[in-house]
Design a protein around this ligand. Structure first.
Ligand SMILES: [Zn+2]
Length: 42
């Protein structure tokens, strides 16, 4: 479970659409969760 310790150091982001926590692989510019992101891909 070393990966969990790693992720804990990262600041948590919340989806600005639904408020869900955004799980990031590493540094990124995401501000929406995958679910809301997919909604925009129409
Ligand atoms: Zn969302």
């Amino acid at each position: 479970m070393l990966t969990l310790d790693f992720y804990r150091d990262l600041p948590k982001k919340e989806c600005r659409e639904c408020g869900d926590e955004i799980i990031e692989q590493h540094e990124s510019y995401l501000y929406e969760c995958e679910r809301c992101m997919s909604k925009h891909e129409e």
